[in-house]
Design a protein around this ligand. Structure first.
Ligand SMILES: Cc1ncc(COP(=O)(O)O)c(C=O)c1O
Length: 362
């Protein structure tokens, strides 16, 4: 589970702990209207690793907040107000981000507050995106790999096609890398797998190693369209969170965690694919790096509960997809332990289904 994708550098990494302790003794809070050296250091680090051309940053406290800022910047820059989002897309649960989030379960209770200027198109279908574009379209928002929606990797050509459509129509392309960012998928940013650069990128989750922080990283002209005071955050960019984020980024780079995610991810995916050959109730393994999903033909609830009893906390996305977001510092032995537990939990489920003791829940 990896703390829902937060713990890229594991739990209480000594470098992170040291940086937080040291910063506590110097300065904990410092509003964004004042200069702070730790914030400056983080901004420099982020610009260095961000996709080229994205060099203006707004610091906040969460993934949803990073999306709110992206939406406002796109609307302000273009002077337009419609946003295209994806079926199964997830961008958070504050009202702007919720308007871009697809799942009716999250939207319905608040339908009267949801912004009607957000439209949903099937993920991966360029022709449907093109049809949805109007003269009022400000932005397209997309996760390069959908996380909550079931670990769906953008089909080749999709992000490239979105880039082209955005360029042709003067639309802002927003990549939500809250879950995929900082090496999770085997590249620093998932967008690198396709060589496509967004105009704005949203990040959070792993960024502070567990300390709340988010960032909206965009083109200078786009982010600069938000004038002083139009979008602010009291806690955003506080020195404590910035110290944690600096240390986290240093660890990711120094310990080669991006490469590690790629190599371990390939090996673990192979194990998952072997399981698909072994078990009738499994359908597909998908994902990149250490962001993987295992789709079953049955409800996975019992499998997750059984794994939990055996000491492994697994994550779901939907009723039939097991999601893996382990720390990138995990060892291959630990991944093999996960696989063994999973195998046992699945084979028990398969045996009970075969005996007709339980039904498949579908
Ligand atoms: C892609 C994506 N965007 C946004 C969010 C929202 O982040 P937060 O829960 O920090 O607000 C999430 C959280 O899971 C996410 O996966």
């Amino acid at each position: 589970m990896g703390g829902y994708g937060v713990s890229l550098v594991g739990h209480c990494h000594p470098k992170l702990v040291k940086a937080i302790k040291e910063q506590c003794e110097r300065l904990i809070a410092c509003h964004g209207s004042l200069y702070n050296d730790r914030r400056a250091e983080l901004l420099e680090k982020l610009v260095k690793i961000a996709p080229k051309g994205l060099n203006r940053i707004f610091l906040s406290n969460s993934g949803a907040e990073s999306v709110e800022c992206a939406i406002k910047a796109a609307v302000k820059y273009t002077g337009k107000h419609e946003i295209i989002s994806m079926v199964r897309g997830f961008h958070g649960k504050t009202l702007g981000a919720l308007s871009a989030t697809w799942n009716p379960k999250y939207r319905e209770p608040f339908r009267n507050l949801i912004n009607p200027n957000f439209k949903f198109v099937p993920f991966g279908k360029l022709d449907r995106v093109e049809e949805a574009i109007t003269k009022d379209t400000a932005a397209i928002i997309v996760e390069p790999i959908q996380g909550e929606g079931g670990v769906h990797v953008a089909p080749n050509g999709f992000l490239e096609g979105l880039r082209k459509l955005c360029d042709e129509h003067g639309i802002i392309l927003i990549f939500d890398e809250v879950q995929t960012g900082f090496g999770r998928t085997g590249c620093m940013w998932a967008s690198e797998h396709w060589g496509v650069r967004p105009d704005i990128m949203c990040v959070a989750k792993a960024m502070g190693g567990g300390v709340p922080i988010g960032a909206t990283i965009g083109r200078d002209d786009v982010m600069g369209s938000l004038k002083v005071g139009e979008h602010t955050s009291t806690f955003g960019g506080n020195p404590l969170a910035c110290a944690a984020a600096c240390a986290t980024i240093d660890v990711i780079i120094e310990e080669n965690l991006v490469e590690r995610a790629r190599i371990l991810g390939e090996r673990f995916k192979r194990i998952l694919n072997d399981m698909i050959d072994e078990f009738r109730i499994l359908r597909e393994a998908r994902g990149l790096g250490l962001m993987l999903g295992l789709e079953a033909r049955v409800d996975i609830h019992n499998i997750l509960m059984r794994a939990l009893k055996m000491g492994i906390i697994l994550l779901y996305c939907g009723r039939n997809v097991i999601r893996f977001l382990p720390p990138l510092v995990i060892s291959m032995e630990q991944l093999e332990t996960v696989a063994n537990v999973l195998r046992e939990a699945i084979s028990e489920e398969e045996a009970l289904l075969a005996k007709g003791v339980i039904n498949d829940g579908t």
